[in-house]
Design a protein around this ligand. Structure first.
Ligand SMILES: O=c1ccn([C@@H]2O[C@H](COP(=O)(O)OP(=O)(O)O[C@H]3O[C@H](CO)[C@@H](O)[C@H](O)[C@H]3O)[C@@H](O)[C@H]2O)c(=O)[nH]1
Length: 669
């Protein structure tokens, strides 16, 4: 382990995280459940259909233009469902007279729009969507002259409605703030009393076939936490508990909750027939007698009969009391019952709390789809939305609502746990992904490496190739193009390194109590279906000066610098076989000392070898010299012996020398 550097460890942690992510993603594709729906069969049991309270929220008349709210409300009021079984409540956290005015205008238009939808079985009931088709009435199946005539007339009425709302939004003081609007004067959106207005109460008998329509702007005080959408939804739930139809709630695109579920009951309570005592009811639901009674009725299965008259106007006083910002103090709203507070992705947290109790949910996707929402069009808006989602997911993971705890200590089934982890990990993995992307740049700049060498590198190459082939084939199998796949790959990197990273930091700062999180509302486009306004941006990634792009841009620039350094050969020289990194930079002097020592040791050992060689050479020379000396001595002895013998035989030295001269160089022994 000592041989590896910090980049190597960072890479190890990131890659381990990606392995978990892969497991979560993989499990979502494991035995998928498909729910078949038969909407036609409902026609046989219209009498048994439950009453439904429909909730719409809005929080800012600039980011969420009133025409969008109006279209949502109109589409709900015109649902193909018995009108007496529907009631619609609009929560306005923006405290906007413009929104209230728009809803009033919409209620007049609704008297024409609802009968039209019912008469021609209109499936797309949001007028802006219905009228957006360039081909006009001829694009619909029913093209009788009568239909075309009514279509044109309705379109004219809708254009009038848009025009009135548009005109009102451009005036600085759109109308006299008196009469019904007087309450909007002398208050601002962060500090105002509760406003509840019954825009349409069908029991007034003026028009049959139009559901209740109620406008609520809950009390806001600057020193009081409002819990964003969760707080708004709870006020609607409490209000509908008093003046509602006592059936299931519809609270967002395609999402229905049973009343008992929202009131905090678990399936096990119901099995055991647990009835909550009055004391406990007051502890959980607050001090309103009317609310406690209606909750008790709902929990014990005593609901209103379809023939009951519900006069909303009679319950206004009690509803105003429960919509005040002090009502939730010291009771269970937001903690045990209703939408749960603590995360800005309150829908995920509330779902988790419900599933933890052992409830099951079904995802029904009829054809055509029952309800649709609108997605942000431009990249900056999408980034704002996704930053909030990431922050919310991280908040949930580090809270007591974490899916791990819900499985260990609650009744969250294991497969459901994996599914929640898949959703939450979508936010969590922004951090390792950003680190991994930055690591590459770092390693190029410092001329270090975190990838294995040799055959080990093929593991990465293989995983990358398999991932690419799998995701691409999934896109192609679902009828999407290669271009869509490529765009989403790019989007994914941009999202991770910008919105994802900042969202993670924002949640971290909240956990460290440095700052609190903010619910940035997603901008809704007034013309989501074209009219040419956004055509110039079609197919483009649009950026702006938003700080959300700072991390991604920084990473991009550093990658370009790294690439240039690599191409121009400006990288620092690689030092030895150490996998250099942050660690290396920190220990620079130490590192130099180590290298010098190593070098000195190497040189010393070389000298030692040379010396050894010399020594062994010297030994060989000495041996040869000794041998030569002994050979000389032996030779001298032999010479002396021969000389002696020769002298004995009368040999004289001077005769020999002269003979040698006369016979040249030839010598005879
Ligand atoms: O203080 C607030 C803040 C928000 N809202 C409303 O909450 C809704 C959701 O906000 P939006 O900005 O539209 O978020 P989206 O990302 O589009 O919505 C998705 O994500 C939200 C959680 O982040 C969920 O609440 C939504 O159901 C889900 O569709 C909007 O209608 C807002 O008007 C309030 O009523 N009061």
């Amino acid at each position: 382990v000592n041989n590896y550097s910090i980049p190597w460890f960072v890479a190890l942690v990131c890659e381990s995280w990606f392995t978990f992510s892969w497991i979560f993603i993989f499990t979502t594709q494991w035995t998928p459940a498909i729910v078949k729906t038969y909407p036609d069969r409902l026609l046989h049991s219209v009498q048994e259909l439950p009453r439904v309270d429909l909730f719409v929220t809005t929080a800012d008349d600039v980011l969420e233009p009133p025409i969008i709210t109006v279209n949502t409300v109109l589409s709900l009021l015109a649902l193909d469902y018995p009108a007496e079984k529907l009631a619609c409540y609009v929560s306005d956290d923006g405290f906007s007279p413009l929104t209230f005015h728009a809803l009033q205008q919409a209620s007049h238009f609704a008297k024409l729009w609802i009968p039209f939808c019912k008469k021609y079985h209109v499936q797309i009931r949001a007028p802006f969507r219905f009228f957006c088709d360039q081909n006009g009435a001829s694009s619909y199946q029913n093209t009788t002259p009568k239909f075309r005539e009514e279509w044109l007339w309705m379109k004219e009425k809708y254009d009038n409605l848009c025009h009135k709302i548009e005109e009102a939004s451009h005036k600085s003081i759109p109308w006299q703030l008196d009469g019904e609007f007087a309450v909007f004067s002398n208050s601002d959106r962060k500090n105002h009393p509760t406003i509840i207005r019954v825009i349409w109460d069908k029991n007034e008998g003026l028009f049959d076939g139009l559901p209740h329509l109620i406008y609520i702007s809950r009390e806001k005080r600057s020193n009081h936490p409002h819990h964003f959408k969760a707080g708004a939804m709870n006020v609607l739930y409490i209000g509908a508990g008093l003046a509602g139809l006592q059936g299931p709630f519809y609270g967002g695109t395609n999402c229905f909750h049973r009343r008992k579920v929202i009131y905090g009951l678990s399936p096990y309570n119901i099995e055991k027939g647990n009835i909550i005592s009055e004391k406990e009811l007051k502890q959980k639901f607050g001090g309103s007698e009317e609310l406690v009674k209606s909750v008790a009725d709902a929990l014990e299965g005593r609901s209103y009969s379809p023939h009951d008259d519900i006069n909303v106007s009679n319950t206004l006083e009690a509803a105003s009391e429960v919509a005040s910002c002090g009502y939730e103090y010291a009771n269970g709203w937001g903690q045990q019952v209703g939408w749960i507070y603590g995360s800005i992705t309150e829908d995920v947290q509330t779902g988790l709390t419900i599933h933890r109790k052992g409830w099951r949910s079904e995802m029904c996707t009829p054809n055509p789809i029952g309800f649709t929402g609108c997605a942000p069009i431009g990249l900056p808006t999408a980034m704002t939305q996704q930053k909030r989602w990431v922050t919310g997911m991280v908040e949930i993971f580090f809270s007591r609502h974490c899916p791990i705890l819900a499985t260990l200590f609650g009744n969250l089934p294991f497969r459901m746990f994996l599914a929640y982890m898949w959703i939450i990990d979508w936010g969590l993995r922004s951090l390792p992904q950003t680190c991994y992307v930055s690591l590459l740049t770092y390693c190029i700049i410092t001329n270090s490496n975190f990838l294995p060498k040799g055959w080990g590198l093929w593991i990465h190459v293989t995983i990358f190739t398999i991932h690419t082939v799998c995701t691409l084939s999934e896109y192609l199998a679902t009828g999407l193009s290669i271009r869509a796949w490529w765009n989403n790959q790019r989007m994914s990197r941009i999202r991770t390194t910008s919105a994802g990273f900042l969202g993670f930091l924002s949640a971290l700062f909240k956990l460290l109590r440095i700052s609190d999180t903010v619910f940035d509302i997603t901008r809704k486009d007034e013309n989501p279906f074209g009219n040419g306004i956004h055509d110039s941006d079609a197919g483009r990634f649009t950026f702006n000066e938003s700080p959300v792009f700072v991390p991604a841009t920084t990473i991009l620039l550093s990658q370009l610098i790294a690439l240039s350094m690599k191409l121009l050969g400006l990288q620092p020289i690689k030092s030895g076989n150490n996998e250099c990194g942050i660690d290396c930079a920190k220990r620079d002097p130490e590192h130099h000392a180590d290298t010098a020592l190593l070098e000195a040791k190497k040189i010393a050992s070389q000298y030692q070898k040379e010396a050894d060689k010399c020594n062994s050479g010297m030994e060989t020379c000495e041996e040869a010299r000794e041998k030569a000396e002994s050979a000389i001595v032996a030779q001298k002895k032999l010479t002396a012996l021969w000389e002696l013998r020769a002298r004995r035989k009368g040999w004289e030295e001077w005769v020999a020398k002269s003979n040698t001269k006369s016979h040249g160089n030839v010598q005879y022994a």
